[in-house]
Design a protein around this ligand. Structure first.
Ligand code: KIV
Length: 287
């Protein structure tokens, strides 16, 4: 039996964002929910600029995160704490102008939402006006009221718990979270975010067992980074994933390319050609 045009459109709309072919329509929160219900894993990458956004979008990555990791990956800070809303807004504009299909999520940076639900709403509205389709914020139960305020204003919210770089500096430190008894805390945080209306939750550097439990208890998708294979989705920082960052990376990072090495080689070859006089050649010059 052949599908009617309407049925075919509906099928394309629900399946397109996740296959190898680029999607035809903008990915929406409900698509991600449907994926969880179908048990299909999906990928998410950070993006901070036009080229990476366009390339990842065309590669079929359904969600792009303009993370506060731009602090280290764009601005040269040594942690995510100093980056500001004013520094992230132009990156959100660039990514959302360049990604035709992906859902673009803007990270609320340190100090831009913690004070109150009102502050969170004011900051989130700035990101949404500049092209974000959703925002992400770090923190569990303590920020449930903040999440509720955003959701009530129609802003889709992605939570982020486990290792939360904005609040762990000098406190818990960089280590695996939710081992043993602490797993209960993680579940309680995740449930509070879901109850507050979050559409998904990032689980960063938590024990695989705890991530598996949270993923099975939540109705909404979990997105793991260093949280094992049982999350509904996986996210990586693109500069780690593609080897732009040539320094040490966390154990949970898999390098899929050596872009840092390739760029370094290209720059060295260009420099050698200029110094040796072989560039520009006649074909690069005008009479
Ligand atoms: O800012 C970021 O890149 C993130 C990811 C690690 C999830 O929050």
């Amino acid at each position: 039996m052949t599908a009617t045009p309407d049925e075919a459109n509906r099928t394309a709309e629900t399946t397109a964002p996740y296959g190898s072919a680029p999607p035809r329509r903008r990915v929406r929160v409900h698509h991600l929910q449907e994926l969880k219900e179908r048990g299909e894993a999906w990928p998410m990458l950070t993006s901070y600029d036009m080229y990476s956004a366009r390339i990842f979008d065309q590669a079929g990555i359904p969600v792009l995160l303009v993370g506060d990791s731009a602090a280290n990956n764009v601005y040269g800070y040594d942690s995510s704490l100093p980056v500001t809303v004013d520094e992230l807004l132009p990156l959100v504009r660039a990514v959302s102008r360049s990604a035709e299909h992906a859902l673009v999520v803007a990270d609320l940076p340190f100090g831009s939402y913690q004070a109150s639900p009102e502050q969170a709403l004011e900051t989130a509205v700035r990101f949404m006006k500049d092209g974000a389709h959703a925002v992400k914020l770090e923190g569990g139960r303590r920020y449930a009221a903040h999440v509720e305020a955003l959701v009530a204003a129609g802003i889709p919210v992605m939570g982020h718990i486990g290792f939360t770089p904005q609040s762990e500096h000098g406190l818990g430190g960089y280590r695996v979270q939710a081992r043993g008894e602490q797993g209960e805390e993680l579940v309680a945080d995740a449930l509070a975010l879901q109850e507050a209306g979050a559409f998904s939750v990032v689980l960063e550097m938590v024990s695989g067992q705890a991530a598996k439990r949270v993923t099975s208890e939540l109705r909404i998708p979990t997105i793991g980074i260093g949280a094992g294979p049982d999350c509904d989705a996986q996210v990586l920082v693109w500069t780690d994933m593609a080897g732009m960052n040539t320094g040490r990376t966390a154990r949970f990072v898999k390098r899929y390319a050596d872009l840092g090495g390739m760029l370094s080689e290209a720059a060295s070859n260009f420099a050698a050609d200029v110094r040796g006089g072989s560039f520009p050649a006649p074909e690069h010059s005008f009479d």
